[in-house]
Design a protein around this ligand. Structure first.
Ligand SMILES: Cc1cc2nc3c(=O)[nH]c(=O)nc-3n(C[C@H](O)[C@H](O)[C@H](O)COP(=O)(O)O)c2cc1C
Length: 477
């Protein structure tokens, strides 16, 4: 699959032509942007919004929100037809992922990102629109729809992850990375050696690269190469002057600098994807920004978390569900007929897997692997396994299976001391780090599968026939 847009600006032009973009002027960063972002997040198929003429900033310094918050735009970002249905989107996405051959970046010496290069004394992070996104936020977050680029000190692996960025002052920004994330593995290695960690933060980049940066791309694989293969074109990069890290040549804004061992500042609180300010404020590492690169009239990409679902959940529901199904198949679980990472759980806390049971223990195998594979391991909570006649995306159907096919004394497993972190609202401050998992086997019991009471209700074909014949009753007239 090849995408048809060159960069974020090109993407914006095309999304505007699709009628999916609203232009807003004179909206304040103090409160109103956050209010609008919350409204969009909690409205189905809401448009993207581009703020311009933002008070306190030069005209032309823009901020985009809700870019991939609707299925049409997600499909466009992936290079798929914009009228694609949900199942087809997931299947095509998986086909694309299965065909990935990591595509190395192409190094170039010029590009729009070099239109403005400010170093050392010239650096001023307040130059770019950075809203206070939620009422209780402890600071202004320039990085929400950002790409944090780091390199493994022991290999050539360059990772890109979206880790939030709070401005401390003109030249310093806090960056929070949860334990176990790839950027954190890199940073911890530098700090363990008492060395500074080089980092580049892009705040306004290619929409597909942003999606990649928020997904569970395998350990050791660069999101540059993963997304480059997905779009059928390598990413062009320039080398950062101070760190040597690769920076997208057509990005909007990039901050380059170093985080130092043993230096922290108070970061947060910040409204998080669980729907709480759960990690409160903590001492976190700080990036000393040495250079700022930006295009003329730069566009900052915002993706502020909200109580689920917000923009990231609205695209992850398809992509993470597809990746979970693939992970189960790759782990050797046969006959997985569906998987769904529910938006209500932020696509992490409540995941459902549907299988066609083939042997004793099959359901438990699927449940435990779903809870511990890379897609499901971090900050999960509940995994439900259902039979193939249940639609894993339909909570009514799923809960019907839980209520009628499971029996608590036989159907529940708990895994203790699983991978959680500071964002887990159900774990008390001071105890954060681990959590437990509930696996609900809501399949008909294998031992008496054939004797299980037959379910009422038509087969899908019978139901379709009924609707063809009498569907007019529902439509009235
Ligand atoms: C808008 C947004 C903000 C995020 N902020 C953070 C963050 O501040 N810290 C963090 O560890 N993960 C954050 N994440 C989740 C990571 O981006 C995600 O887990 C990603 O897979 C990390 O990349 P990695 O797999 O290379 O570690 C955020 C995701 C989104 C969509």
């Amino acid at each position: 699959m090849t995408t048809t847009y060159r960069d974020l600006r090109d993407w914006l032009l095309m999304v505007d032509e699709m009628g999916e973009l609203r232009h807003l002027n004179n909206v304040g960063w103090q409160e109103d942007m956050g209010r609008i972002a919350e409204m969009l997040a909690h409205t189905d198929e809401a448009p993207a919004v581009l703020f311009d003429n933002i008070p306190d900033y030069p005209p032309g310094y823009r901020l985009l929100i809700h870019g991939n918050g609707a299925r049409r735009r997600l499909a466009f970002t992936l290079g798929l037809p914009t009228d694609i249905g949900r199942e087809a989107l997931m299947t095509r996405f998986l086909d694309m992922v299965n065909a990935i051959q990591p595509l190395p970046v192409e190094e170039v010496t010029s590009g729009p990102i070099l239109e403005n290069v400010l170093t050392e004394d010239e650096v001023n992070l307040w130059q770019f629109p950075a809203p206070k996104w939620h009422q209780e936020d402890g600071g202004r977050y320039l990085g929400t729809g950002c790409l944090d680029i780091t390199k493994d000190p022991d290999s050539d692996w360059v990772n890109i992850g979206t880790y939030r960025i709070m401005i401390h002052d003109e030249k310093r920004a806090g960056f929070y990375i949860s334990p176990g994330k790839h950027g954190r593995l890199h940073r911890d290695k530098y700090f363990a050696r008492n060395e500074p960690c080089p980092v580049v933060v892009v705040v306004g980049g290619d929409p597909l690269l942003f999606i990649a940066s928020t997904l569970e791309v395998p350990l050791g694989v660069s999101e540059y190469e993963w997304a480059g293969s997905l779009r059928g074109r390598p990413y062009q990069v320039i080398r950062g002057r101070y760190t040597g890290l690769p920076i997208p040549a057509d990005a909007e804004v990039a901050l380059e600098g170093f985080a130092y061992p043993n230096e922290t500042l108070l970061e947060g609180p910040f409204g998080e994807w669980t729907g709480y300010y759960a990690s409160a404020s903590r001492q976190e590492p700080v990036i000393h920004v040495k250079a700022v690169y930006h295009r003329n009239d730069p566009i900052v990409l915002g993706c502020p978390p909200q109580k689920p679902p917000y923009e990231a959940h609205r695209y992850r529901v398809y992509l993470r569900s597809a990746l979970l199904r693939r992970a189960l198949e790759q782990a050797g679980v046969p006959d997985v007929v569906g998987a769904w990472c529910h938006e209500a759980g932020g696509c992490r806390l409540l995941n459902v897997v549907a299988i066609k049971q083939r042997y004793p223990g099959h359901a438990r195998q699927a449940g435990h692997i779903a809870s511990q594979c890379r897609v499901g391991a971090y900050l999960g909570r509940i995994v439900i396994v259902v039979d193939e006649d249940i639609d894993p995306s339909d909570l009514n159907d799923v809960m019907w299976a839980v209520c009628t096919r499971s029996d608590p004394s036989r159907s529940l497993d708990i895994i203790n001391r699983a991978w959680s972190g500071p964002l887990d609202p159900a774990i008390r401050p001071g105890d954060k780090g681990f959590n437990s998992r509930l696996i609900i086997d809501a399949c008909k019991p294998w031992e008496w599968l054939e004797e299980f009471p037959p379910a009422i209700g038509p087969s899908p074909e019978y139901r379709r026939e009924t609707r063809d014949k009498w569907g007019w009753i529902l439509r009235g007239g």
